[in-house]
Design a protein around this ligand. Sequence first.
Ligand SMILES: Nc1nc2c(c(=O)[nH]1)N[C@H]1C(S)=C(S)[C@@H](COP(=O)(O)OP(=O)(O)OC[C@H]3O[C@@H](n4cnc5c(=O)[nH]c(N)nc54)[C@H](O)[C@@H]3O)O[C@H]1N2
Ligand SMILES: Nc1nc2c(c(=O)[nH]1)N[C@H]1C(S)=C(S)[C@@H](COP(=O)(O)OP(=O)(O)OC[C@H]3O[C@@H](n4cnc5c(=O)[nH]c(N)nc54)[C@H](O)[C@@H]3O)O[C@H]1N2
Ligand code: SF4
Ligand SMILES: [Mo]
Length: 667
Amino acid sequence: MSCRSVCPYDCPDACGLLVTVEAGRAIKIEADPDHPITKGLICGKMRQYQQTVHSPQRLTTPLLRTGPKGSGQFAQISWDEATQRICSRWQEIIAEHGAEAILPYSYAGTMGLVQRNSGHPFFHRLGASRLARTICTPAKDAGWKAVMGDTPALDPVERSKSDLIILWGLNAVATSIHSMAATQAARKRGAKVWAIDTYRTPTCQSADQVIIVKPGSDSALALGMLRVIVDEDLLDRSFVAANLHGFEELCATTLPECSPEAMAEVCGIPADTIRDLARAYAAAKAPLIQVGGGLTRYANGAMTIRCIACLPAAIGVWQRPGGGLFCGTSTGAAFPLHRVTREDFMTSPTRIINMNQLGNALTSLDSPPVMSLYVYHSNPAVIAPDQNAVIKGLERDDLFTVVHERFLTDTARYADMVLPATSSLEHPDLYRSYGSYQAQRCSGVIPPVGEAKSNWDTFCLLAAGMGWDEPFFKQSADDLIDQLLAEPNDWRDAAITEQLRLGEPVLMTPPTSPRGPWLTPSGKIEIRNDREPHPLPCLLPTHAEADGFPLRLQPSVSLYSLNSGFNERDDLLAKRGEPTLLMHPLDAAARQLTDGSVVTVKNREGELELLLQVTEQVPQGTVVSEGVYWLDRSRSGRGINALTSQRLTDRGEGSTLYDVAVEVSAA
Ligand SMILES: Nc1nc2c(c(=O)[nH]1)N[C@H]1C(S)=C(S)[C@@H](COP(=O)(O)OP(=O)(O)OC[C@H]3O[C@@H](n4cnc5c(=O)[nH]c(N)nc54)[C@H](O)[C@@H]3O)O[C@H]1N2
Ligand SMILES: Nc1nc2c(c(=O)[nH]1)N[C@H]1C(S)=C(S)[C@@H](COP(=O)(O)OP(=O)(O)OC[C@H]3O[C@@H](n4cnc5c(=O)[nH]c(N)nc54)[C@H](O)[C@@H]3O)O[C@H]1N2
Ligand code: SF4
Ligand SMILES: [Mo]
């Protein structure tokens, strides 16, 4: 039997899957050939998803800790006993410290709208602390919003009309395979492709031009190009006059400091190359800039997007199909998510804790301190910044930690209680993509593995355990999906809504145009924005520049994992090898380090050991480590996030995971 499903992972593509099921087991996963975006192509990670779903490492029963925290020693218990223990401990904590002493921590193990947000109504009703879920790309969103307001993203299928595609800080071969496929198709038709990155990623191999910048310096490249466009009168003057707010002030105040020579010093691209790039960009008919998230995980992340956003505005490409800037789609208004999240269950607003500062929250917060942490579909022990602080917090004997997971992750090892979670093949949900405008509903296609329960079903059990009698917590996940689809709206008419109900993949359309009128307070593209701390685009420093360590570290993504996901898969681990540091030959020689040796990478936050790979894939001054590993794969009991910090971005309170400076020495 073949059933439709959707890839649940935090990836812009939300691929449609066909799952072959035999005797209640998934035996084969294929790409849905009839899906409008997937078109028969899924990534290598998901082609063997059945190995994840039926992995012998899956958790199958609730577990109670029997050894020291972190030891991984547990005894099996029943769901009844687990819920009773959790609820009675929470009632004690609430009586002593108040409900804000309980902190939920979740992110994106599953992207489905119901399962992902299942904890919100529960914790709102409980009065627990809230979590600011800002680890990924809030600075990118803030930068876009500062310039473009609520203007929706263009539909990326327009790529077919672009004659120049700029993948700016986007390792699309790893993280956005359908963007990459469309980009390659455009290239075959004659479009040029540029990759702007901090090192030669696999994506660079498919680019006509590779531009390697210093980490966090893209604003300088963008402003240098803009200065050339202005100096050489490559602007679209009538578009600028009619559509831009504050462009003259930018020309008068910021750009005089931004000569290609001055910007070359900052970003490391020769002044003549900046000139050539500006001319080629302005000469293209419909150039499309697609930006990733990496370049915004810096102290200047939102400002970087504001600087880049000046480019398409200055040359007026917003009026031409295929041209513009693409930062990702937002389909938040397509479904009434408040019917799941239920902010109205909060009797008064509770405190908000930033997920990037979990280390501080667990180790130094008071009034009240965090006395219980409930983690679901996230793995903060390895994915959160400042791993040493996070683990110090998780080691606290007085912290009551519950982890709902598919696997005994590093976070789960520190739990007092572990609850087994279903995989996406075992529960229903409604998915939407953040790389296109598609959405799809799916059912569970196999029974739960062991005693695993979905996020939603677990919160219903906990609600009953707390003695709550509301009908809301007695619904099924399908009831909630039905509510999200109850009425058509201006994103999806009755026909599309019906297709969604039936489990067919659909493409939605934003109700307003991505090419104006501009949905900003002034009605113009806001080059100047007086609501921002810096009203005009400008150069801002990174955190790492002030840290006093000589090398810039990029904790980048791997082709063979997704954040800390897929560490359970020996087939993919074999391809990844062990945690490695890529370093330029001159940097290695200066430190007398040899290829294949073990090195210590160090900064103020911490240190760890990695295997050294000496390669010209990275420029001098930058070192790279790809992928997040579970700690049992690490040499020194710490992962790459032992080196990242809890500092935040300029806007959006995002993580600054790429804004890292280190020194490297022989281990
Ligand atoms: N295979 C795989 N796919 C994934 C993930 C994964 O871990 N592995 N993660 C998923 C998630 S959660 C997300 S958010 C997305 C990741 O999405 P993004 O964060 O958009 O990741 P990338 O597309 O790899 O973009 C990061 C790229 O930016 C580069 N970069 C870093 N700093 C700078 C800079 O200052 N300037 C420039 N120009 N480039 C810079 C990095 O070297 C890297 O190649 O992908 C998702 N998909
Ligand atoms: N050094 C470094 N750190 C990073 C990144 C990086 O590139 N480099 N990327 C950052 C980014 S962009 C992001 S978005 C974050 C991601 O951080 P997380 O969202 O925490 O990502 P994952 O590591 O995928 O952890 C998700 C966990 O959810 C579990 N899970 C999956 N489905 C379900 C389910 O239905 N229910 C439950 N209860 N559990 C489930 C999985 O088994 C997995 O262990 O990491 C960030 N951290
Ligand atoms: S991880 Fe991304 S590319 Fe791979 S199947 Fe899932 S949605 Fe598609
Ligand atoms: Mo992310």
